[in-house]
Design a protein around this ligand. Sequence first.
Ligand code: CAA
Length: 381
Amino acid sequence: MDFKLSEEHELFRRTAREFAQKELEPRAKEFEDKHKIPKDVLQKLGELGYLGLAVPEAYGGVGADALSYAIVMEELSKACASTSTVVTVQNTLVEFPIVEFGTEAQKRKYLPKLATGEWFGAFALTEPESGSDAAGMKTTARREGDVYVLNGSKRFITNAAFARLFVVFALTAPEAGNRGVSCFLVERDTPGFTVGREEDKMGIRGTSTCELFFEDCRVPAENLLGEENKGFKIAMLTLDAGRIGIAAQALGIAEAAFDEALKYAQERTAFGQPLAAFQAIQFKLADMKAQIEAARWLVYHAAWKKDQGEDYILESSLAKLYASEVASRVADEAVQIHGGYGYIRDYKVERLYRDARITRIYEGTSEIQKLIIARQLLGRK
Ligand code: CAA
């Protein structure tokens, strides 16, 4: 057992930290206020390889391992969770299924564009009436000659405002439930496809989250990803990988909240001494630190398992569950240590508190993670 990161992993951390602290930290509030990540930042993410970390070099990516990806996510999230959300969707929810299940032609057509940031992608599983019960979707895809005709809608689709490629799940055999789901690569300009309004969210306000509509949307049959009726498994395996990214994001948010709280506790005085001199505050800091370190090793372990080529369903759900709960608790305590200032938008902890909240919801709620964990331990009950 070796807890020391390799030179290469340390380099990923240093580079990501430097970029995040210099380019994201000072502008994170601006991204929130304008509800978008500016083009120059998206371009830099592409130049640094952060939009194609796990894409093989042959398709224009970096070919990095899952641990490097987790480290980059952690560092970006310390400065700006909106930016890291764009990165995680691109890497795991869009590129991962194409790398794993795409045909050679699909990989050649889409991966180089995605890995460099020329195109952004989005993952469309959730619908107005199906979130946790992913197989409860209503969107259908009917085969007609050499096209599939899609009808239905999707909701809460991250990156949709500027995505050019959508990984879309639809029922090709509605009577078969999760065994009748197929996955399609839908380009934005496909006739019959429209992107709807943006949601006004509590946190990660620099990201876009939109509805999608399919009205007799004719998608070429060659854009079926994987086999017909095998799409649910693609969604599940994609989310297993994605949850490592969200867990790393939660870890980064928790670390940032802790750093702010630690600094503030030493600067601010009350009753004639720094807050940090009070045992009530010391105990809070100790609890926060213990939880962060536990979350860190769950996240790195899940990534390591993936890198070993071993099954990592259990580990990714454990990491996502725990790290997201820790992010919320630590951000909450950081606000508490800041007192009234923690409730004011000028203070970073106020944003971290809001950004932390989504990590317990997207890519599977905490309750769904518990269900997945229990099924891994007990089998399906
Ligand atoms: N990994 C791999 N395979 C899995 C799996 C997992 N985590 N969970 C289930 N499967 C497989 C099962 O083994 C089964 O395979 P077989 O057909 O070969 O036996 C198949 O999938 C069906 O499994 P279930 O019968 O257990 O399926 P279910 O309908 O009961 O649902 C669920 C299972 C775990 C609740 C699933 O619906 C789920 O994961 N829900 C959460 C969905 C989710 O995370 N949504 C997030 C939306 S995307 C998002 O948030 C993106 C964003 O904005 C950034």
